[in-house]
Design a binder for this molecule. Structure first.
Ligand code: GLC
Length: 419
């Protein structure tokens, strides 16, 4: 597949998965397996669509915010049309709200909005999005960090976007090896608990599950910076300063509480107990420039390029290949996911590691060539698993475009380009 064929395949996939309900336009992550709108998927979609259908990208972002709760939370699923045969219908019954979930997902919204803006400088779109953005990030900072510790808590593994990741086993009281049913049962029980708590995260749900997750917080930092840039464009100086300061505070807290001997660990409880299960999470801080340059180099050399951990024949497994819980076919417990590649790719470019970024990009393309737009891939064989016609593979188009743009720039020039 050459570049033009890749783009054609992406355009066809995104158009096939597009749906409209009344005036609301959105894209299904996979028509068969995921027939609803999902939060971080929609942000990925907007990033992809901005390369060829920019007005649709904007519509998808607007649809995502339509069901924002009064407290600012944006639910991670919207059931525009019910599908009783779909796997997620049982969750739908449990959520306790009509037509939406009651959880969040990694807050990629501001990043996606800023990404769109960079392509066409449409200030009216930023104006349209600013109120939902402001209230959503204020919700995270207030309700998910009630004591001002500057780390955002999640109340269910699903909020990380990595539903079954081994990082959450101990918090779910599960051993490193267990069945997908046991895992599902615990997460569903938390959904029910949340309903009983009347969706009160800081007062009630905090007692059942409260993990400060590394990728979630790294993504928060990068997104708070994006809200700050958006506020600055809209001449809201106080907001711009506030969100930037909050980003700095989360970055420092991640360094104080999560970092140990060069590795970032998610934490639990008031004492920030580190959950020492090695997953790709330790690479996620690169996405938000949390490590120093030297630390970033060490993360790359000692972990990304380590064949026992994250350097498998088909790229970056979600869990280190030498971790007890590693399962090359387990949901979020080993397989390669293209969105993870995308985060690491961008993280590597942040530090000017262009050759390493190139490898992640080419590995991702190799997976598409071999197995098509599948949800997950076996790290040793490249075989595809899970959902079909899955949109995340289309992020390769964004990598391709960034690659063209950035390949010859220094890190300083890249930073300038983003601001
Ligand atoms: C799975 C993934 C989640 C994603 C959803 C829709 O639940 O774990 O991250 O948002 O599918 O693609």
């Amino acid at each position: 597949m050459d570049d033009a064929q890749l783009k054609d395949a992406v355009v066809a996939l995104m158009r096939e998965n597009r749906r409209q309900k009344d005036s609301h336009i959105y894209t299904l992550p996979s028509p068969q397996t995921y027939p609803y709108q999902w939060f971080w998927d929609s942000c990925f979609h907007a990033i992809i669509l901005s390369h060829f259908d920019i007005e649709i990208a904007k519509e998808e972002m607007i649809s995502l915010t339509i069901r924002q709760f009064e407290n600012g939370m944006i639910p991670h699923m919207i059931y525009w049309e019910r599908n009783h045969d779909a796997e997620h219908d049982e969750f739908n019954v449990a959520w306790g709200k009509d037509g939406t979930s009651t959880l969040i997902q990694p807050p990629m919204l501001a990043y996606a909005v800023w990404h769109i803006y960079q392509r066409d400088q449409d200030v009216a779109f930023l104006e349209r999005m600013y109120s939902p953005l402001f209230h959503f990030y204020r919700y995270l900072l207030n309700e998910r960090d009630p004591y001002g510790k500057h780390l955002i808590g999640i109340i269910n593994p699903d909020e990380s976007g990595e539903d079954n990741s081994s990082r959450f086993d101990s918090a779910l009281d599960l051993p490193p090896v267990h069945t997908i049913y046991e895992n599902h049962k615990r997460r569903l029980a938390l959904v029910e608990e949340n309903r009983v708590c009347n969706f009160d995260a800081p007062f009630c749900m905090k007692n059942f599950f409260w993990v400060k997750d590394v990728p979630f917080n790294a993504i928060t930092v990068e997104n708070l910076r994006a809200v700050s840039r958006i506020a600055a464009k809209l001449n809201r100086g106080d907001d711009a300063a506030y969100f930037n300061e909050q980003a700095d505070l989360v970055r420092s807290a991640m360094r104080s509480h999560m970092l140990e001997n060069g590795v970032y660990w998610s934490t639990r409880g008031e004492q920030f107990e580190k959950i020492k299960v090695l997953t790709w999470a330790t690479l996620a801080p690169l996405f938000a420039r949390i490590p120093t340059h030297e630390e970033a180099r060490a993360l790359v050399q000692e972990h990304l390029q380590n064949e026992k951990e994250f350097n498998t024949p088909f790229g970056i497994p979600t869990v280190a290949a030498n971790d007890l819980s590693f399962d090359p076919q387990g949901f979020w417990r080993g397989p390669v996911w293209i969105a993870v590649n995308w985060f690491v790719f961008n993280g590597l470019l942040n530090y000017g590691f262009t050759e390493e970024a190139d490898k992640v990009y080419l590995d991702s393309r190799r997976l598409l060539e071999k197995s098509g737009f599948r949800e997950q891939f076996h790290p040793f064989t490249g075989d595809g698993y899970g959902a079909k016609q899955f949109t995340w593979g289309a992020l390769v188009l964004d990598m391709m475009e960034r690659q063209k743009q950035h390949v010859h720039l220094t890190p300083k020039q890249q930073m300038e380009l983003q601001n």
